[in-house]
Ligand binder design. Structure first.
Ligand code: GLU
Length: 366
């Protein structure tokens, strides 16, 4: 079930292809977000457009030509951009919170956790995080560089279940639709391979920096982190709400069941365990045998308190350390489902995040 959504809005969507931010379009996006917010969804907006807003503000009619000039435009434009988002969300009585990230915020374990905590706190308070890259100060070495990939990193940070990449294109095509009349929209992608990369090419548009290539990379990262990804046109009527409702628009990349090594690196690397789960011998043998995930049935005790997504220690009954992993249920939930068969999770908790407490891809044994 989709609950947490990262919505990436490209510069071309925000400007409608012009050199100015299109407030009506932004309002339309916010209106849909507000309706979803009202229904209980958690939204994270990853917005581009700082540079576009800066050039509009400074009435610059040419493309910025140096890094310093781009950073100047971003500095001017980011506050303007934020002001507009804030005004629009305020019309629906929704607060927004700005987070400006760089690659270092997700690669460094401590900073990753800090950013994750801020994001969780905003969401917990029903505040919509509005995220962009910290363009005014980031240099090439620490930049993500495009907001497609930045939004995928937001999926990792927030453990979101849906990433929507709103673009000026209705999705991914079998060829470039601007030059090939036979180009067809690809409704669903299950494999991202070299052929698909070739189809995506290096397309770029106007003031934004992304294209289909960066969208594919972002989609790949996000689906490996367990999120479904949809690329769709930002101007399609009710696009966001229809995507969330599961309607088939744009190009959809179903989430992979197996989150990646990357995730392991980010999430397990050096974190302090928040608590522990003690498991029985059968479960320990299943984990040690390789290939097994930790199911509620094998858990005999919960020590300490932790949130869903935290790293916890896995121990034997006598507290011998066996390893660590990322839990999919918080400590209160694990306390209630421990010892149960997985098919009883939903009836016990009223919801389920899947049959496993710690997925085998999210655990390391020692
Ligand atoms: N962060 C850039 C901006 O706000 C946009 C990057 C992108 O278009 O992907 O202007």
């Amino acid at each position: 079930m989709t609950r947490r959504i990262v919505l990436k809005i490209g510069t071309s969507v925000l400007t409608g292809g012009t050199r100015k931010l299109d407030h009506d379009r932004m309002f339309e996006i916010v209106r849909q977000c507000a309706a979803l917010h009202e229904e209980g969804y958690e939204l994270i907006v990853c917005t581009s457009g700082a540079i576009a807003a800066g050039s509009e503000r400074l009435r610059m009619t040419r493309q910025p030509d140096s890094l310093a000039e781009k950073q100047m435009l971003a500095a001017v434009g980011q506050s303007r951009l934020m002001e507009i988002w804030e005004q629009l969300f305020t019309r629906f009585h929704i607060h927004v919170g700005q987070m400006l990230l760089t690659r270092a915020d997700v690669e460094d374990r401590r900073r990753f956790l800090n950013a994750r905590d801020t994001l969780s706190a905003l969401l917990e308070h029903r505040i919509v995080p509005v995220i962009n890259e910290n363009d005014a100060v980031t240099t090439a070495e620490i930049r993500v560089g495009d907001n497609d990939n930045l939004s995928a990193l937001c999926v990792l940070l927030a453990e979101a279940d849906l990433l929507i990449l709103l673009s000026d294109q209705p999705g991914l095509f079998t060829a470039d639709p601007r030059t090939d009349p036979n180009a067809e929209l690809i409704a669903e992608v299950r494999r991202i391979d070299a052929d698909l990369h070739a189809v995506a090419g290096e397309s770029k548009s106007g003031l934004g920096v992304g294209g289909m290539k960066t969208k594919l990379d972002a989609a790949d990262m996000a689906r490996r982190a367990g999120a479904c990804v949809v690329i769709a046109a930002g101007d399609a009527p009710e696009a966001i709400r229809r995507i969330v409702a599961g309607e088939r628009i744009g190009t959809r990349f179903p989430a992979l069941d197996v989150p990646v090594e990357n995730r392991k690196r980010w999430i397990l690397g050096g974190a302090n365990a928040a608590g522990a789960v003690a498991i029985d011998q059968g479960a320990a043998a299943a984990l040690a045998g390789g290939g097994g995930s930790l199911l509620p049935a094998g858990i005999i005790r919960v020590d300490g308190s932790f949130e869903r997504g935290d790293v916890v220690q896995i121990t034997a009954a006598d507290r011998t350390n066996l390893g660590r992993g990322v839990v999919r249920y918080d400590s209160a939930d694990v306390g209630r489902i421990r010892g149960l068969q997985s098919d009883r999770i939903r009836e016990t908790l009223g919801y389920a995040y899947g049959p496993v407490v710690i997925h085998r891809d999210d655990l390391i044994l020692i």
